[in-house]
Ligand binder design. Structure first.
Ligand code: WT7
Length: 635
């Protein structure tokens, strides 16, 4: 019992030690005392990182929605589960109680069944941040269908790729979405995507913006009339702990996005336990995470983690700048938010606006602040601490990944002393290691290396959907018997971790993970382009921005470069989405290559970051002469 809520630093060390000395016993106790299982497990953990195969709570039976909804009905029926704050501040907020949420989930579960969705089927959810999104996620989980949420900022072609990769049978979407002063035609994007998705039999459409859309006879159905007819109870499907719960795509450094697959039991236990401790969650809190449910942060810390704890979780449809830059603080004041969890890029964008927007608002209810998604720089950390937390709310800088399912390295508020730019210490049960280039673990403190995890934790992704080999190659092959994160990190003199950034070809732009290869593929589709290389460079708001080096085909060299830049960015927007647009495009006569023909991105990265004094030896290149001309023409 006492291990469930850590309140002191001493206690952290005590519980941490316990959790790594006897992990199975530790997690068994947490799982047993704090969740509702239809049947207990036969074995807490079996694992083999060489295969790789990881199983938690094998043989156990449960439904995660019974833990997120049903078990709260006797004590919290009328408590707000989801507090929906619409895009337009003049539209009233919606307080959805646990009882109402249960009913809405059950109704949709019945609709899904009626439309032929069975346990194990994949359902793609392409919705804005409206209550239907959370309800759809939970309704899938209720019937044992595997949800695959695609962030509603992705393009038709990115959506189609994701639908086809997991063979989704159904898409749940809306007529459109609001984004600040703009509306987006989501249904139109779905229609375009579905031209390439033959496996989708039905589309459920929520009404949000009341736009005129076309409905395809026999395929498309308005959601509301179906819900109106549906029965308001649904007996949850009994799932194995290791049955898939969802697939969520994340960019890789090469090729197709990776469909990370998470399972029911371990994911539930870990997200709930981390939520409770990382946010020091207490019964009457109003917790707000500003992420979109289209990303893992929203899955774990808007939906599952908070609801498993019976919390009130805020869902915000809009953007921080609409109607003006005080919107976040307006919401904090209006709903008396106690925990606020956002991305460094949002903090930097808001800090740029000065403090006038903040000062107008009463933020005194806040007690814990969080950040996630990318390293937070010193300046942003202090701005957040001084202006939002008034130096009394601890900042939890939480490091984790889509693949890890839950928070991995983080302070525990009021327990771990924080340090700007440091994610500090491993969470309970997490065993990090820093590795050197020879594959050896680096011992001791004040060292830097590649960040790995030595031992499984309950919410680690179990595979990449349809491609277990790629799962093995990406995460378990760089170092023996270790999960490799793709990040570099340093450990300071007291053992605190600071994440230094990706060590692969993934670039984090505004907290979004972008692989360079798929963007290069999109650029190379342009008929004028011969070859391209994309690298990141530091940006004061986005953290990183994208710099594209592009060589044109001989026949296109005379073309207007500004027009080409526009066309190339349009192509990227069509293939991936606006988040992947290039900030700078430099046309070059050639790209620096090794003798084996590999593009030397390291050199391009240095040039993009204006660090040309650190290029190192370029004489061994196949074409050293291009380097100087790239430097001379750098943007
Ligand atoms: C990558 C994972 C985890 C949810 C959001 C992103 C970077 C994440 C931090 C942090 C420094 C961070 C890492 C990681 N990252 N949190 N607190 N400090 N870097 O999930 O899209 O899977 O991206 O985000 O590079 O590998 P994701």
């Amino acid at each position: 019992m006492s291990n469930y809520h850590i309140k002191q630093f001493e206690e952290y060390y005590h519980v941490y030690r316990k959790s790594v000395r006897a992990p199975e016993q530790f997690w068994e106790e947490i799982a047993e005392e704090h969740f509702y299982w239809r049947k207990k497990w036969e074995k807490v953990l079996s694992w083999d990182f060489t295969k790789p195969e990881i199983k938690w709570f094998e043989g156990a039976k449960l439904n995660i929605t019974e833990n997120c909804l049903d078990r709260h009905l006797h004590s919290r029926a009328n408590k707000t589960a989801i507090l929906f704050e619409p895009n337009n501040p003049d539209e009233p907020a919606e307080h959805i109680s646990y009882k109402q949420l249960h009913e809405r989930v059950c109704k949709l579960a019945n609709v899904l069944k009626e439309k032929g969705i069975e346990k194990g089927d994949r359902v793609c959810i392409y919705l804005p941040m409206i209550p239907e999104l959370a309800v759809s996620v939970l309704a899938c989980a209720r019937i044992g269908a595997i949800h695959s949420v695609v962030f509603a900022g992705f393009s038709a072609s990115a959506l189609a790729t994701r639908i086809n990769d997991c063979d989704a049978k159904m898409v749940i979407t809306s007529d459109g979405s609001y984004r600040g002063a703009k509306t987006i035609d989501l249904k139109g994007i779905v229609d375009e995507a579905l031209d390439d998705c033959k496996g989708v039999a039905s589309v459920l459409v929520a009404k949000r913006i009341n736009s005129d859309i076309t409905m395809k006879e026999g395929r498309d159905f308005w959601l509301q009339p179906l819900l109106d007819e549906a029965y308001n109870d649904y007996t949850a499907e009994v799932m194995d702990a290791e049955d898939p719960l969802f697939i969520l795509y994340t960019s890789g450094s090469t090729g197709m996005p990776k469909g990370m697959m998470h399972t029911c039991g371990g994911y539930m236990v870990y997200t709930a336990y981390t939520f409770k401790n990382v946010f020091d969650y207490r019964e009457d809190d109003v917790y707000w995470c500003t992420a979109d449910i289209g990303w893992i942060t929203g899955h774990s810390y808007i939906v599952y983690g908070p609801l498993a704890n019976g919390a009130t979780t805020v869902m915000f449809e809009g953007v921080p700048s609409y109607p003006d830059f005080s919107r976040f603080w307006d919401i904090v004041e209006k709903h008396k938010v106690t925990q606020f969890y956002t991305a460094p890029t949002a903090i930097r964008a808001l800090a740029k606006q000065g403090t006038a927007f903040v000062e107008k608002h009463d933020l005194s209810t806040l007690k814990v602040l969080g950040t996630v998604g990318e390293p937070i720089n010193e300046e942003a950390w202090h701005w957040y601490n001084e202006n939002i937390g008034k130096k009394k709310s601890p900042i939890v800088d939480t490091w984790w990944q889509t693949e890890t399912g839950g928070i991995m390295i983080t302070p525990i508020p009021f327990s771990t002393p924080t340090k700007p730019t440091y994610a500090t210490l491993p969470f309970i049960g997490i065993q990090p290691a820093l590795m050197d280039e020879h594959g050896d673990e680096i011992q001791g403190n004040q060292v830097e290396g590649r960040l790995c995890i030595k031992y499984p934790w309950p919410s680690i992704a179990r595979t990449i959907w349809g491609n277990h080999q790629r799962y093995k190659d990406t995460y378990f092959s760089a170092f023996d018997n270790m999960y490799f994160t793709g990040d570099g990190a340093l450990r300071d003199e007291v053992g605190y971790y600071r994440i230094t950034g990706r060590v692969d070809d993934v670039i984090i732009v505004s907290g979004h993970n972008l692989g360079t290869a798929p963007i290069e593929d999109a650029v190379n589709e342009h008929q004028a382009v011969a070859e391209s290389a994309i690298v990141g460079f530091p940006h004061d708001v986005k953290g990183n921005a994208l710099y594209g080096y592009i060589t044109l085909k001989g026949s296109s060299e005379g073309r207007n470069q500004d027009n080409l830049r526009k066309e190339i960015n349009q192509l990227i927007t069509d293939r991936i989405g606006p988040i992947a647009k290039l900030d700078k495009i430099q046309f070059t006569a050639g790209l620096p290559k090794t003798r084996s023909g590999k593009i030397m991105r390291r050199i391009l990265r240095k040039i993009a970051s204006n660090e040309t004094d650190q290029l190192g030896d370029t004489s061994t290149l196949l074409n050293p002469e291009v380097v100087q001309s790239i430097i001379d023409n750098a943007l």
